[in-house]
Design a protein. Structure first.
Lengths: 237, 527
């Protein structure tokens, strides 16, 4: 499992993930401690952040002219954007094969009404994967407006709803469009791998540097590990 | 025979601030013109005149072609070049007495600047006419990309917005080059299932794909990316060869990292006395690149050796040999696996060659000459490969990109996720405006067109990319806020059924892009 860019997570999200990962005292740890504990948990994360992106775009190589603070005020006028919009809605964007990013807004009218009623907010997550359905709620506060959701690989989709819960009754406020899960042939056909050595060699040749580094992609890494496992088992047999 | 599809992407965000006598970020265009686009054209023209048989595919993004054909930016580029030439003459004198090791390169830079400016003027200041001429000689395939190089997977819930990016990309290409492009460069190789169908409906034959898209596909690939992929819509995908491109592109071991090559960062604009360089940097005292760079990369040290062009040229020859050797060796192993005449798709940012990697254009020239004299290689173009009706395979792919991690992490992280709340809302409001005002001509039509123009500019992938990379963040953020703010001006006014005429005229003047834009684009029923 690959951790989403950890610095971008809120304290609530970090605590929620830490609980899922069975980290002791997750509720009382500071943000920094949570980050540190989660980074330890996901060693792959450290490796990822150490490696430079070979595809840095041209823009990255430009001199950082504008971040010389004393000249920033000379820039053209800047429009103010509203902090929020007067609609109750929720959106879901695929960040990568393992994480979705959700953001939402609550109209001032809905927000006032629900808070006066003492309702609590939850994100209702639905994941349909290979014919199975997983549903769970994530409690969120009225101050939250974004969340990262872990997803599995498979043939299916995920969608989320923003709901209000009062007296055990859940009312849907907004629902996102669905996002497909990453569905890879080779993750679903491990049994075929032992018969496809040549093909594996071809695949690898396209995504491996002369130093043996494999392209930075978690699904590729997983497929490669599975092929290697098959290789090892074949040799042992 | 190994078929080589070399595909370059030339793109810069739309930067044009005529309200200032000089504007720092316009240097992105000027540096790229002087160091990549003109020298690359001159090199290709030389190959053509010498009868070297080469093929190359180039995508000029709609924002870039707009700037390259903008008379005022062309005029400003001439001013930029005149300053480089003036500085070159000063450098020639200085290095005769001081830093004598730099003298040969001072002469070289001066000579290159004079030749580049001369070619620019010969072409009527429109270098695209030179590229078009090579295209007409069947040397180049020219393709387009999304209107403002938006990273499309993030907008897949808004087909009207994605379609507008595709249509305006194609329209701009047609206006500038006089024909419909067959190829469409997916910005940052960003693909999602269904995108190919939108491309196909707009007449696009092919696009390029990320290298890992085949091994991770929903279907079993037999050709592993060495033959074109037929996507569900019938559009062809050409899979980038990460292994071969990494020989150049790797930030750790790529050829441009060689110690004998010229260092990109050590520029006299940053280390010579202010009094000397002041006329060539930004007022009042913002040091910037001047293009006069005299040191070699040397190694991981601050103590850089002086650059030797001859030494670097020897290294270029070695790297050309090595590059083709690696392709040939791979070709053997791919052929022995039963795939004959494999296609290698080599995709790069154009600005890598010449600008970032000073010797890069010499490298490309060497590769093309060497390949022409060998029976092991043939340079081709994706459209030629398609027209040969050779082997292809149908595949369903997952969402993918060439960004770090292979998905959308670069354009959607803690530094930039906030922008989508505003951009999505603007897209929804554009859809609303189009529904509410279906038949507006004249002034209101122009007002709505301006709203769409601002929205497309806000969708540019450059802004979140710059925020992610931490370069020029203030500028990117301010540009984004201004485009969205301008969109909101139209939305608010149209909500009251009014037009702010003075604002509209100023807005149209400041963004002279997409003159043929039509807000009815958002009417299309694409779901």
């Amino acid at each position: 499992m690959i951790l989403v860019n950890i610095d971008s997570l809120s304290l609530s999200e970090l605590r929620s993930i830490a609980v899922q990962e069975c980290i002791d005292g997750a509720d009382s740890l500071s943000r920094e401690d949570l980050i540190s504990r989660l980074e330890e948990k996901y060693e792959e994360y450290d490796q990822d952040t150490d490696s430079k992106d070979p595809n840095l775009r041209y823009m990255s190589g430009l001199t950082d002219y504008r971040d010389i603070s004393k000249y920033v005020e000379n820039l053209p006028g800047v429009e103010e954007l509203p902090e929020s919009y007067p609609d109750t809605e929720i959106h879901l964007i695929k960040k990568n094969g393992s994480w979705l990013y959700a953001f939402w807004s609550l109209s001032p009218i809905d927000s006032d009404r629900l808070q006066n009623e003492g309702a609590e907010l939850v994100l209702s997550v639905t994941i349909k994967n290979n014919g199975n359905t997983e549903e769970y709620d994530v409690p969120v506060s009225y101050l939250d407006s974004e969340w990262n959701i872990g997803i599995p690989y498979g043939n299916g989709y995920c969608c989320i709803a923003l709901s209000a819960v009062k007296d055990g009754k859940k009312t849907q406020l907004a629902v996102s469009k669905s996002e497909d899960l990453t569905d890879s042939y080779w993750l679903n056909h491990q049994e075929e791998m032992k018969y496809n050595d040549t093909l594996y060699g071809l695949y690898l040749s396209l995504v491996t540097t002369k130093e043996g580094d494999i392209v930075d992609n978690p699904v590729v890494r997983e497929i490669v590990q599975l092929f290697r496992k098959e290789d090892t088992e074949n040799e042992q047999a | 025979m190994n078929k080589l599809n070399l595909i370059l992407q030339a793109h810069l965000p739309y930067v044009r601030h005529l309200e200032y006598p000089k504007f720092l970020e316009e240097n992105w265009l000027f540096e790229s013109l002087n160091e990549t686009y003109i020298p690359l054209l001159r090199m290709l023209e030389k190959l053509e005149s010498e009868g070297v048989d080469f093929r190359l595919s180039i995508c000029f993004s709609p924002t870039l072609v707009t700037m390259l054909t903008d008379p005022q930016l062309q005029e400003r580029f001439v001013g930029y070049m005149e300053e480089r030439i003036e500085l070159g003459k000063k450098e020639k004198r200085r290095t005769q007495n001081d830093e004598k090791d730099c003298y040969p390169m001072a002469l070289r830079y001066l000579d290159e600047a004079e030749k580049n400016l001369a070619r620019f003027e010969e072409l009527g200041r429109n270098i695209l006419s030179g590229y078009k001429a090579l295209h007409e000689k069947n040397r180049l395939e020219l393709l387009t990309t999304a209107a403002t190089h938006a990273y499309l997977p993030i907008y897949k819930d808004y087909p009207a917005a994605v379609n507008a990016q595709i249509v305006m990309g194609i329209k701009t290409h047609e206006r500038v080059f006089g024909e419909t492009p067959r190829g469409f460069w997916l910005p940052d190789c960003g693909y999602y299932p269904g995108l190919d169908e939108m491309l196909q409906k707009n007449g696009v034959s092919w696009c390029q794909l990320a290298s890992h898209s085949v091994i991770t596909a929903k279907d079993k690939s037999i050709y592993s990316g060495y033959k074109p992929v037929e996507l569900p819509s019938g559009t062809y995908g050409f899979v980038r060869d990460w292994s071969i491109t990494s020989l150049v592109w790797s930030a750790v071991s790529g050829y441009p990292c060689d110690g004998d090559y010229r260092d990109f960062y050590r520029d006299i604009g940053y280390y010579l006395p202010l009094d000397y360089v002041r006329p060539y940097i930004h007022e009042p005292e913002v040091r910037v690149f001047t293009g006069y760079k005299y040191h070699a990369i040397t190694g991981r040290t601050e103590d850089k050796a002086y650059y030797s062009y001859n030494k670097a040229s020897e290294k270029v020859a070695l790297h050309v040999e090595n590059f083709l050797y690696n392709i040939k060796r791979r070709g053997f192993s791919v052929s022995s696996a039963g795939i004959n005449n494999p296609v290698f798709n080599l995709c790069f940012d154009a600005e890598l060659f010449g600008h970032r990697w000073y010797e890069g254009i010499d490298f490309l020239e060497g590769v093309m000459r060497k390949a022409d004299s060998s029976e092991d290689f043939v340079f081709t173009t994706p459209t030629s490969v398609i027209l040969e009706n050779g082997e292809t395979e149908k595949l369903r792919l997952n969402e993918s990109s060439w960004g770090s991690g292979g998905y959308s992490d670069i354009w959607l992280d803690g530094s930039n996720a906030w922008i989508y709340r505003h951009i999505f809302k603007a897209i929804e409001r554009m859809e609303e405006l189009t529904r509410r005002f279906p038949d507006q001509g004249s002034l209101k039509g122009r007002f709505l067109n301006q709203a769409l123009r601002e929205l497309l500019l806000a969708m540019s992938s450059d802004w979140p990319c710059i925020m992610h990379d931490g370069t020029s963040v203030s500028y990117a953020e301010k540009r984004l806020r201004n485009h969205l703010g301008s969109f909101n001006v139209v939305y608010s006014a149209m909500s009251r059924n009014t037009v702010n005429t003075e604002w509209l005229i100023n807005a149209e003047r400041s963004s002279e892009i997409f003159p043929d834009i039509d807000y009815h684009l958002f009417e299309a029923d694409l779901d």
